[in-house]
Design a protein around this ligand. Structure first.
Ligand SMILES: *[C@@H]1O[C@H](CO)[C@@H](O)[C@H](O)[C@H]1NC(C)=O
Length: 151
């Protein structure tokens, strides 16, 4: 009897791992799975690398302050990283790489043009407040992270 109960418990545990599962090398935080780069990259290479990592994966997108804080502090551990937000030029709108609405922002000094550039990064300034800056897309000194929905 004891063994049967233990067996059921193990099966239940295994099922719950699968239910909240993340692809290989991705880690669960909240309702998404994240993969964080260990090398710096050009923005366009980061976009490509995320889609190559796993079906449906994209660079990270951010839609509220809570998600921003989770990413800035826990997932990225205060490192300055590209996020999946860019624009065609300084008069074009900012767009998320996964096509989701641009409904939240946290620009340093409330100014996306404070530094100057069309690709966005997080953890500009102090790595604690999770502030964003627009940077030249041809810079190659930022980390990046990819996201995919947990299954
Ligand atoms: C900025 O990008 C938009 C959208 O791609 C384009 O229509 C517009 O011509 C561009 N403007 C300049 C000044 O390059």
């Amino acid at each position: 009897m004891m063994t049967w109960t233990l067996c059921l418990t193990l099966v239940a545990a295994a099922v719950s791992v699968v239910a909240g599962g993340c692809p290989f090398r991705f880690k669960a935080h909240g309702d998404k799975c994240y993969w964080v780069s260990s090398a710096v990259s050009l923005y366009k290479d980061a976009v490509h690398e995320c889609t190559r990592l796993h079906d449906g994966a994209t660079m990270i997108t951010i839609h509220d302050a809570e998600e921003n804080a989770l990413l800035a502090q826990e997932v990225l551990a205060h490192r300055t990283s590209w996020i999946g937000l860019s624009r065609a030029n300084s008069s074009a709108p900012w767009t998320w790489v996964d096509g989701s609405p641009y409904d939240f922002s946290l620009w340093y000094m409330d100014d996306p043009d404070y530094v100057g550039g069309d690709c966005a990064l997080i953890n500009y300034y102090d790595g604690i407040s999770g502030l964003w800056a627009g940077l030249d897309c041809s810079e190659k000194y930022e980390y990046y992270a990819c996201q995919v929905a947990a299954t």
